[in-house]
Design a protein around this ligand. Structure first.
Ligand SMILES: Cc1ncc(COP(=O)(O)O)c(C=O)c1O
Length: 394
């Protein structure tokens, strides 16, 4: 019953015609275990979530400690609670000065919804600029600013006044004007197959936004929290956004997101209209305690220091004539092949060999690798050998 595929397939909503269907009983570090004890290596961190590994003891303890104090007590923005207070203080201390005020929400898409509303309200403008091939989430607003046309068609009409530019294409920046409320962009495009913009482009983007009074929203929901080797990917570009959005790995395995801005900007959600953006569970104390402990783990275990070196090791080991290209920043990889069919066969062969790699939403010719940052050199060597075997067997 507990792991019945019939219940899963019939009584739980399905999102594809071919779910992965691995029964998971427990998870620890980089490993997932089925009820019969089969072990899988999670090389995708549950899609960008378990950067500190599954069930990190510090995170689990922080969750337990909070459970013994209180769960939900009030909607966001009313009571003073210890966990969100400590998390906001810690997080803003790690960010540039102007990112000093945090709005906690429950997921990535919600963080982007809040950020878009904030930008429209603050600037009094309606135009939003986003990038082709971007992914910002699945609710109406985030879907409207996502670039994958195939995923959008069935759900129109979506948000009006959204314009798409080419990612990492400096000429397109001229389309940002004094009509534009905000540009929303993934610092590193994730589901487009790990697309890494140039430093010059990001600087020019920042400059153009400043010139036109447009707010820059950087979505670090997938690429943040140490994935690229710095806590936030934008740090590598010498710029900062006006609004930063976080989720996924932010919560260390519990659902929490955030959009972060200067207090002067954020303030406008509290008047005209009052309660301009509200959420019941945003800032849930258990999720905040988990997120705070996750930041502590990244810091205490100096996880960022080893990201680049581990990324290089994977790149060095993954040599195979069928691999067309590897795009990598830190421990965020897209491995390109000749066809989507071949990628599917490799992902399936890897699964049979106990390794979880996975597809991208908008780039079928690659699979992703984004392991927990805690992965060891030995585990990297074993995993890469298994991937190479999977490529051979596919
Ligand atoms: C860059 C980016 N933004 C937003 C989202 C949406 O996050 P969530 O699934 O938590 O709504 C994702 C999820 O994959 C993402 O990768």
């Amino acid at each position: 019953m507990e792991f019945s595929p019939e219940i899963f397939l019939n009584n739980i909503a399905q999102t594809t015609g071919s779910p992965y269907l691995i029964p998971i009983e427990r998870a620890e570090g980089i490993y997932l275990y089925t009820p019969d004890g089969t072990r899988y290596t999670d090389l995708i961190s549950g899609i960008g979530v378990s950067n500190g590994g599954h069930r990190h003891p510090t995170v689990v303890q922080a969750i337990k400690d909070q459970l013994d104090k209180h769960l939900h007590v009030m909607v966001f923005g009313e009571y003073i609670q210890s966990a969100p207070n400590l998390l906001a203080k810690k997080l803003t201390g790690l960010l540039p000065g102007r990112l000093n005020c945090v709005y906690f929400v429950n997921s990535g898409t919600e963080a982007n919804e809040g950020a878009l509303k904030l930008a429209k309200r603050y600037t009094g403008r309606s135009e939003i600029i986003s990038c082709r091939k971007s992914y910002h989430g699945s609710t109406h607003g985030s879907l409207s600013v996502s670039g994958n046309e195939v995923k959008k068609q069935a759900f129109r009409p979506l948000l009006p006044d959204v314009r798409f530019i080419q990612f990492n294409q400096p000429e397109d920046l001229e389309q940002i004007t004094t009509r534009t409320a905000c540009v929303i962009m993934e610092t590193i495009q994730g589901d487009a197959g790990v697309r890494i913009p140039s430093k010059e482009y990001m600087k020019a983007l920042r400059k153009r936004c400043d010139l036109t009074g447009t707010l820059l929203i950087l979505d670090e929901i997938q690429c943040g929290m140490g994935r690229t080797g710095t806590l936030f990917a934008f740090e590598q570009y010498g710029i900062a956004p006006d609004i930063l959005t976080l989720a996924k790995a932010f919560g260390g395995g519990l659902p929490i997101g955030a959009f972060i801005a200067d207090k002067e900007i954020m303030q406008c959600l509290s008047h005209d209209p009052m309660l301009g953006h509200i959420t019941t569970f945003g800032g849930n104390p258990v999720c905040c305690a988990s997120a705070l402990a996750t930041l502590q783990v990244i810091e205490d275990e100096k996880l960022l220091d080893a990201v680049e070196e581990k990324g290089r090791l994977i790149e060095k080991l993954l040599v195979h004539p069928d691999i067309r290209e590897i795009r990598r920043i830190g421990l965020m990889f897209a491995i390109d092949f000749e066809s989507a069919e071949l990628v599917s066969r490799i992902v399936e062969a890897a699964k049979r060999g106990g390794i979880i790699c996975y597809w991208f939403l908008s780039h079928p010719n690659s699979f992703r690798i984004a392991p927990p940052l805690t992965i060891t050199h030995e585990q990297i060597k074993e995993s890469c050998a298994s991937i190479l075997r999977a490529i051979d067997n596919a």
